[in-house]
Write a protein that binds this ligand. Sequence first.
Ligand SMILES: NC(=O)c1ccc[n+]([C@@H]2O[C@H](COP(=O)([O-])OP(=O)(O)OC[C@H]3O[C@@H](n4cnc5c(N)ncnc54)[C@H](O)[C@@H]3O)[C@@H](O)[C@H]2O)c1
Length: 224
Amino acid sequence: MEPHMKLNEETIKSPSSKRLINKVAVITGGARGIGAATAKLFAENGAHVVIADVLDDLGASLAESIAGRFIHCDVSKEQDVESAINLALSWKGQLDIMFNNAGIAGVDGSITSLDMEHVRSAACELGVHLIRVNSISPHGVPSEMLLSAFKRFGREISPQELGEYIGKNASLLKGKGSTAEDVAHAALFLACDESSFITAHTLRVDGGYTSAFSHMSFIYQDLK
Ligand SMILES: NC(=O)c1ccc[n+]([C@@H]2O[C@H](COP(=O)([O-])OP(=O)(O)OC[C@H]3O[C@@H](n4cnc5c(N)ncnc54)[C@H](O)[C@@H]3O)[C@@H](O)[C@H]2O)c1
């Protein structure tokens, strides 16, 4: 084996630490929460970002702040999703990253019962084109979605209180709750070339919690 090359200043300092230089990304549900945190992080890393969401004002102002583009898109309408992709193509002539983040809350169920077969079969089909398909399973991010879920269970709680509650009661990393930025960093890793041999993978961003407990409904019920 060759001895390890000695690192010098030039080797250590890469010309740019940006990990998505000139990549073009579409982020559905990018107007707020996890999608918005990801849009900012992708843009900071050199990506051109199209935000596709039903929240026009929020989405448009975020897009402007990151020199991206916004398009009104309801992901339940195939035509809307097609238009978002077409916007990326007409804007920059390519689409490198599709972050299918838009979604609505389900209040219960096991993370292990999610249909990961879709990810696996898409990865099998698209691998021949060198397209990677991965998914992220977040947990306990104090977003509007989770706050509304708590509200439906009659609990009014601030994002900060919710973060502290998750850190205390629903994380193996005691005191560390989940943030949208934690999920955004996972998305950045899966989107960039450093994960180029990773496909058909589900990355849990959950403080280890769902490995220990598969049902989440109790977190809404025993808020102390
Ligand atoms: N917050 C969590 O802990 C958590 C846990 C598991 C999964 N998730 C998933 O993460 C994703 C992001 O959720 P979040 O927590 O950031 O919530 P959020 O409510 O802050 O953000 C959701 C975004 O999706 C958009 N959206 C909703 N329906 C849409 C539609 N039909 N078309 C286009 N956009 C639509 C909303 O306008 C919003 O901008 C969702 O798919 C959610 O199911 C979140």
